[in-house]
Design a protein around this ligand. Structure first.
Ligand code: G6P
Length: 609
């Protein structure tokens, strides 16, 4: 949700911190701050607002130092004000601390600290940590951090500097991601690889329970008892260019247009034409384990949950295994069922969504195998799962997820193909047909994007809508949910997605000539049923936008607008039908003057429950 960055080395830390925060801004953007050790003590600049404003503040009132920390915030405790912005200080401002996560026993700790004479300046749970470290015993900052954290319940990814320990950053992780960037004679810490990529490709992913000490001489990783730990240095395979906007006005549009290449990347090296199957090396499921699967439970949140719903149709059809799709936040608090032969599939772009992470822990505790369909390499879910499929979609910066959704569906198709062939639910011929269809998909995605001018025109007609209804059936019902989610996330128009037939049980009451109704109706076995539902809307004067496919019947007599995606096998169709809906949401949001890449109140990666 929030972003943490830190730098220690020979350079002035402030520009490095501000650049890192700019890269992290997509994670949280209501307030921001930096603090450095300037040789005399800790100096801090912070404000309510964006990183650009923080740059302005620092330019007017500069601070300098070669060791510093920074933060961009998405408020949980306390309003997004300057006072509540990170870094936070102890009573004497001798230390500064930034923190992602939530301190669950903050109220209790605060009361104890106040009784002991500590004076709090903010309403945040984070400030408690600063005072706890101030009060803790220890000769070094790391000893005091370890002692303080022993009293803390909750989650954290934190970085702290202190004037008593110059040229040193101490960081700690529990439940909120942190990595160390290892440069030549300089070290960075960040909650997300994007903040270090401009400086180094070598990173150390910290584990929960790790405390690390960064100085210009090197870094050390310790456990909660200050015992040294060995951690691998990994290589980042992201390209710096993928983090830049290039010629696009917004990351969301850039990412929508990346989808042909993204689909290609998700498929790369995984399709086996002759055998009609998919090679999924990272899945770590032996043939015997595949054969023993009796039930699949998909856990996810947000857009990834919608991909999971598409996955239910895909996996049931290709593998014959019953599939349940659960909101991770609901699943984790239900009584866990021990069902022999359960495979839990976690779907997550970031690999850090707190509820999804806890859901896989609950599933594992109930005896399930766990695989992850994750985009961010080295993320918590990727590391905790028994195996998985990396999406290889590249970094997704726009808060509204687009390319991750299509790549998740492609990964689910690969999983279905792999399991279906292993379990002999699909024969070679059927497998080969699916492989061929998947190979053709990137070009079909590219052709679908050619609808953009038409969608842009359509957006001008509906930019003032106050509500919208999205209807689909079967494998395209989740696409209706996703289309509605995209519109409400970035344009703030109220939108609902419904199974088309279910409309008669309520939403039909809302239909009048001011209500745009988007139907997702490609050629499949429920097409004629969806057309009947269109008649019902037409009869009540609703405005119909039909997403249909080439070669399907003409819907002009029923629909006010018709957008045709290329024809493809029905199970693959969500990869195409969602694209005009992404574009529609995008163009409407732009016309309404909304901040497309940083919609209000949302966060890219929800690391608190
Ligand atoms: C947030 C994001 C969504 C995303 C959801 C799940 O709400 O804004 O775009 O779909 O989290 O995130 P994940 O990283 O687990 O896919």
């Amino acid at each position: 949700m929030c972003g943490v960055v830190g730098y220690v080395g020979p350079r002035d830390a402030v520009p490095v911190l501000l650049d890192g925060l700019t890269r992290l801004e997509y994670r949280g953007y209501d307030s921001a701050g930096v603090a450095v050790l300037n040789g005399r003590g800790v100096e801090t600049r912070k404000l309510a607002g964006r990183i650009a404003a923080l740059r302005g503040r620092v330019a007017q009132d500069p601070i300098h130092g070669t060791c510093g920390i920074g933060h961009t915030r998405w408020a949980t405790h306390g309003a997004p004000t300057e006072r509540n912005a990170h870094p936070h200080a102890d009573c004497t401002a001798a230390l500064a601390l930034v923190h992602n996560g939530i301190i669950e026993n903050a109220d209790l700790l605060r009361a104890q600290l106040e009784r002991a004479g500590h004076r709090f300046a903010t309403e945040t749970d984070t400030e408690t940590l600063a005072h706890l470290i101030e009060a803790a015993a220890g000769d070094t900052l790391e000893e005091r951090v370890i002692a303080a954290l022993a009293r803390v319940e909750g989650t954290y990814g934190l970085a702290v500097i202190s004037d008593a320990d110059p040229q040193k950053i101490v960081v700690a992780r529990r439940g909120s991601p942190l990595l160390i960037g290892v440069g030549g004679g300089e070290y960075l810490v960040a909650s997300d690889a994007s903040a270090v990529l401009a400086h180094t490709r070598s990173v150390v992913y910290l584990d929960d329970g790790d405390v690390a000490v960064l100085t210009p001489e090197g870094y050390r990783v310790l456990d909660g008892d200050a015992r040294p730990q060995e951690r691998n240095v990994d290589d980042l395979d992201w390209d710096l260019e993928t983090l830049a906007l290039g010629s696009h006005p917004h990351f969301m549009l850039k990412e929508i247009f990346e989808q042909p290449e993204v689909v290609r990347q998700t498929l790369r090296g995984r399709l086996m034409g002759a055998d009609g199957t998919a090679r999924l090396n990272g899945l770590n499921l032996a043939a015997g384990q595949c054969a023993r699967i009796r039930r699949i439970v998909i856990v996810a949140c947000g857009t990834s949950w919608h991909a999971g719903l598409v996955g239910r149709s895909i996996l049931e059809e290709l593998t014959g295994i019953p599939v349940e799709v659960e909101y991770a936040s609901e699943f984790r608090y239900r009584r866990p069922l021990r069902v022999q032969g359960t495979l839990t599939v976690a779907i997550s772009q970031s690999g850090e969504t707190a509820d999804t992470l806890e859901a896989i822990r609950a599933a594992r505790a109930a005896g399930s195998m766990v695989v992850g369909l994750v985009n961010v390499v080295g993320s918590s879910i990727a590391r905790e799962a028994d195996g998985g499929i990396y999406l290889h979609a590249g970094p997704e910066i726009g808060v509204a997820s687009t390319k991750a959704f299509t790549s998740q569906i492609v990964a689910l198709l690969l999983l279905g193909l792999h399991l279906g062939r292993r379990r002999e639910q699909l024969d070679v011929k059927e497998g080969q047909r699916l492989v061929a269809a998947l190979r053709a998909l990137p070009d079909l995605v590219a052709r679908t994007l050619e609808l953009d001018p038409q969608v842009r025109e359509l957006a001008t007609r509906y930019a003032d809508a106050r509500n919208a209804l999205y209807l689909g059936r079967g494998v395209n019902f989740p696409v209706a949910l996703e289309g509605a989610l995209k519109l409400k996330e970035i344009s703030y128009i109220h939108a609902e997605g419904y199974p088309a037939a279910e409309m008669k049980h309520g939403p039909i009451a809302l239909i009048d000539e001011d209500m745009p109704v988007v139907f997702i109706a490609p050629k499949d076995h429920v097409y004629t049923k969806v057309v009947s539902n269109m008649q019902e809307v037409r009869a009540r004067g609703g405005r119909i936008i039909a997403i249909t496919s080439e070669g399907n019947g003409d819907l002009r007599h029923l629909a006010d607008h018709q957008l045709r995606v290329p024809a493809c096998p029905p199970l693959l169709s969500p990869v195409l039908t969602v694209i005009p809906l992404q574009l529609l949401a995008y163009h409407i949001a732009v016309l309404r003057g909304c901040d497309v890449d940083r919609p209000r109140n949302l966060a890219k990666s929800v690391t608190v429950e």
